[in-house]
Design a protein around this ligand. Structure first.
Ligand SMILES: [Zn+2]
Length: 267
């Protein structure tokens, strides 16, 4: 059964991961721009990163039959220097004609600071100006609910349609507010922090299967590029139908991502 991992950072993963994901049924991924684990010290560092996301990774994933898509931004962790962030944002339009770009992401908040909020607003304006989809990162733990509320207000203020915005890393205390306001919700499956597959399936059973998906957010830290097929096994174990499993791990991602004309899939 084919699946999509709609949030994974393949620049941090090996070709063995691509192979194992393909063997598990992965046919498409989307890769948001994120924090590399260290702060980049120049705009040129971001230009190289955006080239990697729009040229190198699509070629690498194609060798495993996986369609690669991406989202561009400067991530909230590096947005505390608003002047530098604006310089980075000024080069994003150079890459918007690349055939695998879906939108702006993963933007959002990290510490919910004033500077981060300004950079978030500038990204949302960029998305509005170019009619792009948006993928949003929400802060960790105790900052998550407040940050999620601030982000949803900022999206509304920017005049963007919540149906074209996915709020990622939702948990039990944020998913209801996200869905109630008409946004799409992403559950991130992590081995210890964020949602385990068991918690994610609990959330589905409580909140339903509309406008929600699951992703691995695999990166350079503790994470699992096979988290989505593992969560599918958990759904199967609890006797969810093949149709429901397909809906969460394939149909819902296709429905949201197809709002961009650049989303493509062979399966
Ligand atoms: Zn991420």
């Amino acid at each position: 059964m084919s699946y999509i991992d709609p949030h994974i950072h393949m620049v941090s993963r090996t070709t063995d991961d691509y192979r194992r994901m393909a063997q598990a049924g992965c046919v498409a991924i989307t890769e948001p721009a994120f924090w590399a684990g260290f702060d980049r010290c120049s705009v040129e560092g971001f230009r190289d990163y955006f080239r990697q996301l729009t040229q190198v990774e699509p070629a690498r994933s194609a060798r495993y039959g996986i369609a690669h898509h991406t989202w561009l931004c400067i991530n909230p962790k590096e947005a505390e220097d608003a002047g530098f962030a604006r310089e980075v944002m000024s080069i994003i339009p150079e890459f918007l004609d690349a055939p695998n770009v879906l939108g702006i992401g993963e933007i959002g908040l990290n510490k919910n600071s004033r500077n981060e909020l300004q950079v978030l607003e500038a990204h949302l304006a960029l998305a509005a100006a170019h009619d792009l989809l948006v993928l949003v990162h929400t802060p960790h733990l105790e900052d998550k609910l407040k940050g999620t509320m601030l982000i949803m207000d900022a999206v509304a203020n920017a005049g963007l349609d919540p149906d074209r915005v996915l709020i990622d890393h939702v948990e039990e205390h944020t998913v209801g507010a996200v869905l109630d306001r008409g946004f799409w919700a992403g559950m991130t499956l992590y081995p210890d922090t964020k949602c385990t597959p068991q918690r994610a399936v609990d959330i589905l059973e409580r909140w339903g299967m509309n406008r929600i998906w699951m992703n691995s957010a695999g990166d350079w830290g503790d994470s699992d590029p096979l988290a989505v097929p593992k969560a599918r096994m958990e759904m199967r174990r609890r006797r969810h139908s093949a149709e429901s499993i397909r809906r969460i791990t394939f149909d819902n991602p296709v429905a949201f991502l197809s709002r961009s004309g650049n989303f493509r899939i062979d399966a």
